[in-house]
Design a protein around this ligand. Structure first.
Ligand code: GDL
Length: 694
């Protein structure tokens, strides 16, 4: 199967790896998968369910007679459908590589599977502790040497099968130290692993947004072979609220001649993987002609390249048919509305009980009927659950519109030039929300219940999420009067969305920083933490850096001296509990320091600040954030947290001093909203004071 008879070129490995955490698929689902793979032109299935005991945790245990029979049946079902069944085992959790008994146990297990008809195998060393036990440290010069030695031995024991795959522990670029090119782990694999063994690779990251040709050329040169992509683009085992129904994307077909193959490790739920696998199959159609071939698209548009958009349309069109196929034994007793014949030629149907179907009388309730699911419904569904790094177009529009409606809510609260536009856009947003509800209703009534049950939690979740947004916009439109739904004083449990995990997330400083909707998506993680005396030097560095980078780039940024300069430069210690720093991956990138009672230090200011100012606004804040923090929200959160610390310390008001030439901070404080300029008679020229009550 791996060589084409006449060209001698090796067949591009394409298909599915069942390699996720969680409930493994059933034998029936796997058999259904083989049928689909055959129909769509995919040729491989890699059996690697992480939570199947005998694949990983209890890898040494042989299959019972009953299990063995089921596995034999599965292997032969794959053969019947021309799918290469690769049996993978993950012994790395607890294997002692240097113990010959362990290698014998591995061989014994694989011999058992071979006796069931399997001819292709794989050893996986992903997601394991990279520290070797003392015995292995003595026997091998590195973990890579240990893994490679065992893999070569098993490969030879099995008679050098045509297909034998190896998954490294460093299976993506981000895991390599210091990088792919200089990774001694990968170099050992490349040099020592026998050339007949293929290597799995997930790309730049575990879940790679994009995989470039250059990145594959780089890893291939180290591995000394073209890798097989283990693609996690549709995997959802890491987040129970997400499922991915978008097209295979951001992998140029020019990759195909550079790769040994692609296996997708998709969503845990079997049925919703229709799109993931169908669109991968469309992409793989280029494989036969080395990444160049055109693919027949339904609309005959002879575009020479793979189009994720068209591939998605093809997949959804086929998927709609599947939704319409009844999968329950006997199906519904009453056909859905769209399948019903005209009332005139309708014959009474028989139920299982042998009773005739209930037909309501003229003044009675009509039977409930559901409108049929449409292709647009499936497009919307896919848009709402698109890809790990991207929402679909409709989802993006909904977020944009909600954002606009929120930002312009003053147009709803008071008659302004924008009020008419606000109302139109609010109505359009409401219509989009309604489309989600209608899609939910039609999906719930589609004849194929297996797909529905796999999707149910997700569509319920998005329906409630959209419902909350809809109610919120209505609240804004009612000019500030709270809606019952949003402001309920005796909430139902669904108001505590996300449970404990949701609460943890909302309390972390990174929360809100990770929305896909933000353009460009924020990628830095920020942390706000209390200032400690050891931070003084770093804070000074931020302060000095900003002084030197002042808008005018003149020493004017240092003149005249301000009380807040003393705070930033470390001459005045901030009040306890009233000092915070902002950190990113590179270190401290901002600070917010305060004096609860500035009067105590005011002598240094030679009376520039009046008593009346200090009476009303006794606290002073000094805030600075480096320009590399391009997202304004961390700075805002920093200030907000500091203000709440001051409030807790009993302060009733706060002020800050800024130089007129420091336009960045002036702009920042004016956007925070609560700070207003205050008139202070004796202020030096070029200094502005802004203040806020607490
Ligand atoms: C991984 C695991 C995989 C899991 C995926 C997504 C590999 C090689 N291993 O790291 O089992 O499903 O992430 O969570 O990808």
């Amino acid at each position: 199967m791996s060589e084409t008879a006449h060209t001698g070129r090796r067949v591009f490995i394409s298909g599915v790896v069942e390699g996720f955490y969680g409930r493994p698929w059933t034998m029936e689902q796997r058999t259904e998968l083989f049928k689909r793979e055959q129909k769509w032109g995919l040729n491989t299935y890699l059996y690697a369910p992480k939570d199947d005991y005998k694949h990983r945790m209890y890898w040494r245990d042989l299959y019972s007679a009953e299990e063995a029979e089921r596995l034999r049946a599965l292997i032969s079902a794959a053969k019947e459908h021309d799918v290469n069944f690769i049996y993978a085992i993950s012994p790395g959790l607890d294997m002692t590589f240097s113990n010959p008994k362990e290698v014998a146990a591995l061989n014994r297990k694989l011999d058992q599977v071979r006796a069931l008809g399997c001819t292709s195998f794989s050893l996986l060393f992903d997601d394991i502790d990279a520290d070797m036990c003392p015995a292995d440290k003595q026997a091998f010069s590195s973990f890579a040497h240990a893994q490679v030695a065992i893999s070569n031995e098993v490969y030879q024991h099995l008679g050098e099968p045509q297909t034998f795959l190896f998954c490294p522990t460093d299976y993506c670029a981000s895991f390599c130290t210091p990088n792919v090119r200089q990774s001694s782990y990968l170099h050992t694999v490349g040099e020592k692993l026998l050339p007949g063994i293929d290597v799995l690779w997930t790309g730049p990251k575990v879940v790679s947004e994009k995989i470039s040709v250059e990145s594959i050329e780089e890893v291939s040169s180290v591995l000394k072979r073209a890798p097989i992509i283990w693609d996690n683009i549709h995997a959802n085992d890491y987040d129970p609220q997400r499922i991915f129904l978008g097209p295979y994307k951001e992998r140029p077909t020019e990759l195909i001649p550079k790769l040994r193959g692609v296996l997708t490790n998709p969503n845990c739920e079997f049925y919703p993987n229709f799109v993931a696998i169908h669109t991968l199959a469309t992409w793989c159609k280029w494989a036969a002609d080395g990444g160049q071939r055109d693919v027949e698209m339904a609309d005959e548009d002879q575009d020479a390249s793979y189009s994720p958009h068209k591939a998605l349309s093809l997949a959804l069109t086929d998927w709609l048919q599947e939704f319409m196929t009844t999968d329950q034994p006997g199906g519904p007793c009453r056909p859905p509305a769209h399948l019903k014949k005209d009332a005139s030629d309708e014959e009474p149907m028989q139920t299982d009980m042998g009773e005739s179907l209930y037909v309501p009388g003229p003044n009675e309730n009509p039977l409930y009927t559901a409108a049929p699911l449409t292709l647009d419904d499936l497009r919307l569904l896919s848009d709402l659950f698109y890809l790990p790094y991207e929402h679909g177009p409709t989802a993006r529009t909904m977020l944009q519109e909600l954002d606009w409606l929120r930002k312009h809510s003053q147009a709803a609260a008071a008659e302004t030039d924008q009020t008419a536009e606000w109302r139109t856009r609010a109505q359009q947003f409401d219509d989009m929300c309604d489309a989600v509800v209608q899609m939910f209703n039609r999906l719930s009534n589609a004849p194929n219940q297996s797909i529905l049950y796999d999707l149910y939690n997700y569509i319920c979740d998005i329906k409630s999420g959209v419902g909350l947004a809809r109610a919120y916009v209505k609240t804004l439109g009612r000019r500030g009067r709270p809606s019952a739904q949003v402001m309920c004083s005796d909430p139902e449990p669904w108001d505590f969305r996300g449970g404990l995990s949701g609460e943890f997330q909302r309390m972390l400083p990174g929360h809100g920083n990770r929305d896909l909707f933000r353009q460009p998506a924020a990628t830095a993680v920020y942390c706000i933490r209390p200032y400690c005396p050891e931070d003084k030097v770093e804070v000074q560095r931020v302060y000095r850096g900003m002084q030197e980078a002042g808008d005018d780039k003149t020493p004017a940024m240092m003149e005249p001296p301000l009380l807040s300069d003393g705070l930033s430069a470390g001459e005045l210690p901030p009040s306890p509990q009233c000092a915070l720093v902002l950190e990113d991956d590179f270190g401290i990138c901002g600070y917010a320091l305060a004096l609860v009672d500035a009067k105590l230090s005011v002598t240094k200011l030679q009376g520039a600040l009046s008593d009346s100012l200090l009476e009303e606004f006794p606290s002073l804040v000094a805030v600075q954030v480096l320009p590399r923090v391009s997202d304004p929200s961390p700075a805002k959160r920093l200030l907000t947290q500091l203000l709440s610390c001051l409030r807790s310390s009993g302060s009733k008001g706060v002020f800050c001093e800024l130089r007129e030439c420091d336009r960045r901070m002036l702009d920042f404080f004016s956007k925070v909203g609560c700070f207003q300029p205050v008139h202070v008679g004796s202020l030096p020229q070029g200094v502005v004071v802004l203040a806020s009550s607490l």
